[in-house]
Write a protein that binds this ligand. Sequence first.
Ligand code: NAI
Ligand code: MG
Length: 399
Amino acid sequence: MAKRTIVAMPGDGIGKVVLDEAIRVLDAAGFDAEYVNGDIGWEFWCKEGNPLPDRTIKLLEQHKIGLFGAITSKPKDKTLTELDPKLKDKGFTYYSPIVTMRQKFGLDICMRPCITLPGNPLNFIRRNTKGGSDEPVVDCMIFRQNTEGLYGGVEWTNPNDQVYDTFMTHPRFKENFAWCPRPELAISTRIVTKKYSTRIIKAAFEYAKKRGFDKVTVCEKPNVIRETSGMILKIAQDMSKNEYPNIRVEDVNIDAMMMWLTKNPENYHVIVSENMFGDIVSDAFAGLIGGLGFATSAQFNPETGVCVFEPTHGSAPKYAELNPSIVNPIAMILSAVMMLEHIGEDKIANRIKDAVLKVIAEGKVRCYDMMKMSGKQEVLSNGAASTTQMADAIIAKLK
Ligand code: NAI
Ligand code: MG
């Protein structure tokens, strides 16, 4: 097979560290690829006024497959104070490069697996009725709509006349918010379309079918957010009835889900949600399987084939300067495994996955998070593995 070209986008902070380690593991496992570097992140905002330069967009257009570390985003006031003085007052506006990338490439399908890795000391433990405890096996794929909803970016502070007047045509706005002086008013919208809701729900049903699960859980709030959540639930119900008669739809409100997932996480295998609720529910589930050091994600455009694989953690700036690095590379490595599965490199994917499972089950090499230490350079002298040592241990277990 022709050599693959992968766009490696390290980003900021620990993004660079974990991506390098993941590539080392990919190489050791025999994945034959060339990596081209894609610039992304705060550094490029400061230097160029654009955290996602056009050259990176071109690389992704051309090669289609991206491995992404993490970026730093800072509050609004910092976007201007840290911008290169030469670029000030030239009309540059900061937008999150992640959101821009998702929207630009229409990466509307986001999959976030939360699956228990046996032997991980961070696995969720639940008290049972006999005075002991159980470790429920979590095996849940969260399908998060990735381009719309509350993260769609359609929002205003101090809205202009046209926007304000339009909102005033809504009786609830007029009744409840007309008292507010306009400069003190901020509005964020939650826009949902039938096309992209259908796509994410379809992906969830297909996954349920493939894995043999008999239900898809819609995690929304249709009793209150009647228009958008209501549309999502209705599409799912119709799809179950018309296309997947053996897979039922379960309607669980996002707030209730935050309670159920610590009571009976083993009851959920396929969850589908709008952008923000999907973000929330996937972080909550990730907490049951070890947290950010283990939480992976994949995002796709099923039409163009562009896809980006990334850990869900951020750039963890407070650990970025530690040398040797202490952060856990497993989330990044397992995101690379998702990439391999997606491009049909199942053998290499399984080789890496088995090696990760062995290292975790054996329990000899653990990063600081797995030892419940607070993150400091000293963790390494207290028995925690460095980022590189963890990757080395995984490489040593490759068959
Ligand atoms: P974060 O995920 O960077 O860090 C939160 C905490 O999680 C860290 O202090 C650390 O204790 C732990 N952590 C994260 N990754 C870890 C790993 N691989 N191993 C062990 N522990 C790990 O989130 P935070 O602190 O809220 O944000 C920091 C920066 O990252 C911000 O600028 C934020 O905007 C950005 N961010 C970027 C994301 C992305 O690129 N996808 C996602 C989330 C945040
Ligand atoms: Mg999140």
